[in-house]
Design a protein around this ligand. Structure first.
Ligand SMILES: Nc1ncnc2c1ncn2[C@@H]1O[C@H](COP(=O)(O)OP(=O)(O)OP(=O)(O)O)[C@@H](O)[C@H]1O
Ligand SMILES: [Mg+2]
Length: 252
């Protein structure tokens, strides 16, 4: 079966700044894919190209079988996006935010859709409070719930847990796992190695404009120098792998 996302040789510059220098990646349907990279490495740029908010300068990307440059409307109809910065209307209640999106998506049963999502995201008790009174974790959950209105088969989450406390992060992780268990493909970006380690079926590390390594966690662990494993006498963490790979690349 065709991949949910297929990217080949993706390039993007902002004026002189060459951010993406030929990014290749593939995301299998129904999997959780984590794009890992430090601040400014270009994660949001990739998400914006794949969700048609931004045009690439070169290379090819298909999402759900549609070319992002040639068929942006089809791409948009087949995905949902939770951006890095929340899309919640603070003046509205949680319920009103969800109903608004359901109506924008022309769903006939908007209040039922809102109720179901409130329930699923543990927001029923807070449903009729203004979103401005929500905690960071509640906001994030509402933001993700909003992007699920309409039931897209592929969801993009750009740094879903940045700024959340540990408890709220774990809640979001649980929710992401549930989504995937129900067959949704999840493309997430993160700066947190433990997040990728917790959630992802496959991990790709973006560094200096390219994917420098990708694979399942077990495959990435094999890349870690074995001498170091003996030295620390435990399984390497993804963070150690990341630092080892980057260190190695910089010496080349
Ligand atoms: N509209 C823009 N104009 C000029 N430069 C930009 C623009 N958007 C992003 N950049 C630059 O491109 C680089 C990549 O940015 P991007 O937002 O994709 O990184 P990121 O990996 O998402 O970072 P973060 O982890 O901080 O969210 C950064 O150096 C950023 O300053
Ligand atoms: Mg970003």
């Amino acid at each position: 079966m065709q991949n949910a996302i297929q990217v080949k040789g993706l390039q993007k510059s902002y004026k002189q700044l060459h951010v993406l220098k030929g990014v290749d990646l593939e995301v299998e349907r129904g999997s959780i894919f984590a794009l890992l990279g430090s601040n400014g490495s270009g994660k949001t740029t990739i998400v914006e190209i794949l969700t048609t908010l931004l045009k690439q300068d070169g290379g090819k990307a298909t999402v759900n079988g549609f070319d992002v440059a040639l068929k942006p409307d089809n791409v948009r109809q087949s995905i949902s996006l939770t951006g890095q910065f929340a899309a919640i209307d603070e003046i509205l209640t949680g319920r009103e935010n969800l109903v608004m999106i359901a109506r924008l998506r022309h769903l006939s049963n908007s209040s039922q859709v809102a109720n179901d999502l409130l329930q699923r995201f543990g927001l029923t008790d807070a449903a009729d409070r203004k979103a401005s009174t929500y905690s960071g974790g509640m906001r994030r959950r509402l933001d993700i719930a909003m992007s699920l209105v309409g039931g897209s088969p592929l969801i993009f989450l750009d740094e879903p847990t940045t700024g959340l406390d540990p408890e709220a992060r774990i809640e979001v992780w649980k929710m992401v796992k549930e989504l995937a268990a129900n067959g949704t493909t999840v493309f997430l970006t993160t700066q947190y190695l433990d997040e990728a380690e917790q959630l992802a079926d496959r991990i790709a590390i973006l560094h200096e404009g390219r994917i420098i390594v990708s694979g399942a966690l077990a495959e990435l662990k094999k890349l870690f120098p074995s001498a170091k494993i003996e030295y620390i006498e435990k399984q390497p963490t993804l963070e150690e792998i990341f630092l080892a790979i980057i260190g190695k690349k910089e010496k080349n």
